[in-house]
Write a protein that binds this ligand. Structure first.
Ligand code: PMP
Length: 405
């Protein structure tokens, strides 16, 4: 029997999806010309699904810093952080991240995925308890599988269910680590962090927040949801990524826990992989400065998100429960989602098609992520096109909404 036999059902499901139009898993851009525009099949396409929240991928300072670093330090480090792969710049970025979040310790990983993989598999051991939100990102699930702690899931964004699960643990020995995200990546909803923090205090647990989608987006200084809701003092560990608001690639963890640095010598996804290349570290450092020096970008992002959220609601779409830069339209079934996604692409709009099992409750969405660099015209174009196409395809009622632009 072929070793690939087990993938037959997956192959069949993929084939059924492709029969409805373009393969959503192999979109390849001919070119990317700005944070909000690309060329796809020779057509100019508005990008509304890139996580490029502050639009820093084309920032002149980040680009120049990156070029300078590559010329001075080479294209790669060719080694891991515990061997030859730690340069001054890696440590400087760690110090800058720690300072930005007001914590003593910072660790840089090669991706955000690896940061979750590493921290979750290392920090809790077989005698501890890992308690994660049921709608956690794949990297949180994978990190929990890589480690040895028993894993308990609590109902998405439900502090009472969390408390119930902790209560059931009674006086079992071992530390409890609660894991939540700031803004959830699929629906754009936010954790009730103050309520979760209260449960954490009551049960003497530790709290880790993955601010991948909320760093640079929420909070007076852009530190994320914990800052936005004044819960930072209760958050013991923050995980984040450079691949969203900072416009590069990489991940990090910051903490104020005493002696946190020892994790470097136990965390395999940190120890056994090559460190980030100098060009990436340099652009990330400049982007982190920009994030702090230009709060106007965050204000623009918030206003753009509000424009899209309101416009899609006015079109008659069901959107996520809270307005954030992730605006998802919830569709009746995966087939309709696929057909609409294709129609939008053919008319110059790229969004993310989110299908089960990546979506909560087996639903299907068209997911957008707004950038500070989107113009009001691009957002209006997107919302109007989505409404028109959804009506033409019978996904929305035929009646036109009142124009709001
Ligand atoms: N955590 C969350 C909540 C995410 O959404 C993502 C990426 N989608 C990651 C972690 C992983 O980040 P990276 O792209 O840096 O691997």
């Amino acid at each position: 029997m072929s070793i690939l036999e087990k993938f037959k059902p997956l192959r069949a499901a993929h084939d059924r999806l492709k029969a409805l139009g373009r393969d959503p898993f192999s979109v390849t851009f001919d070119d990317i010309v700005s944070p909000t525009e690309g060329i796809l099949d020779g057509r100019r396409t508005v990008l509304l699904g890139t996580n490029n929240y502050l639009g820093l991928t084309f920032d002149d300072t980040c680009i120049e810093g990156s070029i300078d670093a590559i010329v001075r330090h080479g294209t790669g480090t060719t080694g891991s952080r515990i061997a030859n792969g730690s340069y001054d710049e890696h440590e400087n970025l760690e110090k800058e991240l720690a300072a930005f979040f007001g914590r003593r310790h910072g660790m840089v990983f090669s991706t955000g995925y690896q940061a979750n993989l590493g921290i979750l598999s290392t920090l809790v051991g077989k005698d501890d308890h890992l308690i994660i939100d049921a709608d956690s990102h794949a990297s949180i699930y994978d990190g929990s599988r890589l480690g040895h702690a028993p894993v308990i899931r609590f109902r998405h964004n439900d502090p009472e269910d969390l408390a119930k699960r902790l209560r059931r643990l009674g006086d079992a020995p071992g530390a409890r680590l609660i894991v939540t995200e700031g803004i959830y990546s699929m629906l754009g909803d936010m954790a009730p962090l103050r309520e979760i923090a209260a449960v954490k205090r009551e049960y003497g647990a530790y709290l880790l927040v993955d601010e991948a989608h909320s760093m640079g987006v929420l909070g007076a200084r852009g530190r994320g949801l914990a800052e936005e809701v004044a819960a930072e003092a209760d958050v013991d560990i923050i995980i984040g990524t450079f691949s969203k608001s900072l416009g590069s690639v990489g991940g990090f963890c910051v903490s104020d826990l005493e002696d946190f640095d020892i994790v470097r010598l136990a965390c395999r996804p940190y120890m056994f992989t090559a460190s980030l290349p100098p060009a990436v570290i340099a652009s990330t450092r400049f982007a982190l400065k920009k994030l702090q020096q230009e709060p106007g970008l965050r204000a623009q992002l918030t206003s753009n998100a509000r424009q899209l959220y309101t416009a899609l609601q006015a079109q008659g779409f069901q959107v996520g429960p809270q307005c954030s830069p992730i605006v998802s339209v919830i569709l009746p079934d995966p087939q309709k989602a696929m057909v609409l996604w294709n129609a939008l692409l053919e008319n110059g709009l790229y969004m993310n098609l989110a299908l089960p099992p990546a979506t909560p409750s087996s639903s299907a969405f068209l997911r957008s992520s707004v950038s500070a660099r989107h113009t009001p015209e691009q957002i209006a174009f997107a919302a109007n096109l989505m409404g028109r196409m959804a009506r033409e395809l019978g996904i929305l009622e035929a009646a036109e909404p009142e124009p709001i632009f």
